[in-house]
Design a protein around this ligand. Sequence first.
Ligand SMILES: CCCCC/C=C\C/C=C\C=C\CC(=O)SCCNC(=O)CCNC(=O)[C@H](O)C(C)(C)COP(=O)(O)OP(=O)(O)OC[C@H]1O[C@@H](n2cnc3c(N)ncnc32)[C@H](O)[C@@H]1OP(=O)(O)O
Length: 365
Amino acid sequence: MANVLRNSAKFGFSGVLSQLSIHSRHGRECVSPCFSLQQRNNSTSPKIKVDLDNSTGVAVLRMQSPPVNSLSLDFLTEFCINLEKLEMDKSCRGLIITSVSTHTHTHTDTDTVTQSHKTMIHTITPPVCVVSQTLSKVSSTGLDIITLPVCVCVCVCLVSQTLSKVFSAGLDIMEMYGKSPERCGEFWKAVQEMWLKLYGSNMATIAAINGSSPAGGCLMSIGCDYRIMADNPRYSIGLNETQLGIVAPFWFKDTLVNTVGNRAAELSLELGLLYSAPDALKIGLVDQLVPEDQVLSTAQDTMSKWLAVPDHARQITKSMMRKQTIDKLLSNREADITNFVSFITKDSIQRSLRMYLEMLKSRKA
Ligand SMILES: CCCCC/C=C\C/C=C\C=C\CC(=O)SCCNC(=O)CCNC(=O)[C@H](O)C(C)(C)COP(=O)(O)OP(=O)(O)OC[C@H]1O[C@@H](n2cnc3c(N)ncnc32)[C@H](O)[C@@H]1OP(=O)(O)O
């Protein structure tokens, strides 16, 4: 555990703040006034909102990165900064990780807002000047020209974007597709860092899984101490890497084995299974199912039980259970990055990823 903390010290706050995203994959900007607004609201970054209740010592970390909370380099960097801050805050003893269902984004100055299937104008705060126009836009396939109504807003407007019913869609596939080996290496280091910080956290951690949680989303969930999932037939969870033609790294596998045991992990990984909530409960991939509107409150009630245990006893026990698994990655980090980069940049793997991306998009069409 101490190793993990020492390692994480490499992310100095000034360094990481300068790395904060100003542009997401989906083209949504976060300008600096947005960040300062978040700070005033006790939210630490644009893709993640953290509320620490000083009376209970419990922080709720809400992922709010539309459309699917995918784990991009920017997202992972912000996640690690937030975790590190909470870890160093002695008043914080417990952490609940969940997803928001609505994301509010602040735009300033002249801004263009397109009305697409996932974006709607929520509020326009005066003074504002709205000019109706039409915008020609090339679609993501690059083939069709479509015309969208747009509003050009001068001054300040607030836009609300709806997140899918997703806890996290896992690693951002766009970070692994068509990227340079250097960039892939940087990305993988951030994935490692996220897992090391979470799995080795001194805080009691609960995943309040209020949506689907495939692959890296599942890794984040099993990196916590306890999992509560919404009992919704549309949601699934699992390490489905083989379905994408990729191989879950050894530390994903180790975390799953530590959670569900060897046989269930073997079936789950080789077949790339995504489990419904009841099936996930059956194999012990999640610990509890509750109605969707009770996921967070149940996590809060459960957290009070975890925090009734003296911290030092719980922390030493957690370390005893997880240290070997953590040390295995710590002593193989560079080799693991090299493996990832050489694997993911192979032509055949890139082809698999492209087909998977096309499948995701065609499913929608
Ligand atoms: C031998 C040596 C081994 C060394 C190790 C090597 C390799 C290990 C490598 C990698 C490990 C990877 C782990 C991962 O996490 S990979 C990611 C896996 N994730 C998935 O499979 C999830 C895919 N997504 C979905 O199933 C659905 O999107 C979801 C159920 C989450 C939500 O469905 P919904 O219908 O609400 O939304 P969609 O319309 O499908 O999606 C909206 C939008 O978002 C895009 N998108 C979805 N998931 C991702 C993603 N993971 N990354 C990037 N983008 C994603 C989707 O394409 C849509 O985009 P658009 O069409 O609106 O542009």
